[in-house]
Design a protein around this ligand. Structure first.
Ligand code: NAD
Ligand code: DAU
Length: 339
């Protein structure tokens, strides 16, 4: 089987490529990635030597380039990870999110129409459901929860989901969608909560916690997300949405304190800063459907996953030191300088 993985030079896409190469060595993987600030070829260094792996630099919103690639490689499956993924950046500048996340997805869907496909899988997010109140721990997102978005990022992801469903119904594109909770693990870009806090703590820099740190996220180790997508593309039912999450809710403050404890650093490093605009309070996924229908369950407990993740950042300093010494410095100054 030939699989195009878009956005494979980013966090989850790269972990997915390694998962596929290890678990399905006969399959051919073509990574299509624009290499934006979040894409990094060094992340794929270990895949480059594999004869069943190929990297193609390109933009999913570039129709001509996407059609050329489909004509050349004739994919059986497309898994679309490519996206602008950071909520804070979407609040600063929404437009690029619309181009990549919506137009880009529509171009890929048109290519599937034109060239034929066995499966198009859209990697979506629990953020399309909006948020849940902090005082209702009994509520969870199911696949039938209404879409109700808060940020330009989540609105763009919800628009893409609706397009996928429209193409599935109108043009019979064999599509599936997964909506996952917050991932963590190796190759997570330093702008996101967990790597940012690990890296700042290692430098004895302040840890900027938004608001009171009481917002809740449902953390899943990235390999568990990859295993779920792998099951969906091979055994999932066309036209279906699958929620993915590990019942692992933590407040941001709890996550930050856990990281400080693992690193043996003082909680005095924590600094409460101005809250994110429109900040979603709580995400919590009900993963009953994927468990029941595809037998998926998460394998990594948070206490083990977070230790493994901290160890990965300690063992792979060169990977993130290069990132934080470049353009990231300007980003950090702009986002946190006067916060
Ligand atoms: P990321 O920002 O780490 O990586 C995104 C990748 O997409 C990068 O390699 C980037 O170069 C590439 N890209 C961006 N625009 C592109 C374009 N126009 N054409 C081709 N490539 C482009 O993101 P991530 O955290 O790995 O997220 C991957 C996907 O998973 C996204 O669709 C995101 O919405 C979804 N998701 C993420 C999480 C999470 O916790 N990170 C959870 C649920 C769903
Ligand atoms: O739920 C899935 C989503 O998870 C994905 O769709 C997104 O692509 C991914 O970025 C992530 O979104 P979040 O906004 O939840 O992740 P982030 O790491 O940016 O923030 C996690 C929480 O931590 C959130 O409540 C905001 C808070 N935060 C974040 C940063 C970067 C802080 O308190 N301080 C920070 O410096």
């Amino acid at each position: 089987m030939t699989i195009i993985v878009t956005g494979g030079a980013g966090f989850i896409g790269s972990n997915f490529i390694y998962f596929e190469l290890k678990n399905h060595p006969a399959d051919k993987i073509i990574c299509l990635d624009k290499l934006t600030y979040a894409g990094n070829l060094e992340t794929l260094a270990e895949a480059q030597g594999n004869k069943n792996f190929e990297f193609v630099r390109g933009d999913i919103a570039d129709r001509e380039g996407v059609y050329k690639l489909f004509a050349a490689v004739k994919p059986d499956v497309v898994v679309n990870f490519a996206a602008e993924s950071h909520v804070d950046r979407s609040i600063e500048d929404p437009e690029l999110f619309l181009r990549t996340n919506i137009i880009g997805t529509s171009v890929l869907l048109d290519a599937c129409r034109k060239f034929g496909i066995e499966r198009f899988h859209q990697v979506s997010t629990d953020e399309v459901y909006g948020d849940l109140p902090l005082d209702r721990p009994d509520l969870f997102f199911t696949e039938t929860t209404n879409l109700h978005t808060s940020s330009p990022y989540s609105a763009s992801k919800a628009a893409a989901d609706l397009l996928v469903q429209a193409y599935q119904r109108t043009y019979k594109i064999p599509a599936t969608i997964s909506r996952c909770s917050n991932n963590y693990g190796p190759f997570h870009f330093p702008e996101k909560l967990i790597p940012l806090m690990i890296i700042n703590a290692l430098h004895d820099k302040k840890l900027p916690v938004y608001g009171k740190g009481i917002n809740v996220r449902d953390w899943l180790y990235v390999e568990d997300h990859c295993a779920a997508i792998d099951l969906i593309i091979r055994r999932g039912t066309v036209g279906e949405v699958y929620n993915i999450g590990g019942h692992n809710e933590r407040t941001n403050l709890d996550v930050v304190k856990t990281i400080l404890k693992i690193l043996g650093k003082s909680e005095d490093l924590i600094e409460f800063v101005t809250d994110r605009k429109g900040h979603d309070q709580r995400y919590a996924i009900d993963p009953t459907k994927i468990s029941r229908e595809l037998g998926w369950t998460p394998q990594t407990k948070f206490d083990d996953g977070i230790k493994k993740t901290v160890a990965w950042y300690l063992d792979n300093r060169a990977w993130w030191e290069k990132i934080i010494s470049g353009e990231y410095k300007n980003y950090y100054a702009k986002m946190y300088g006067n916060r």
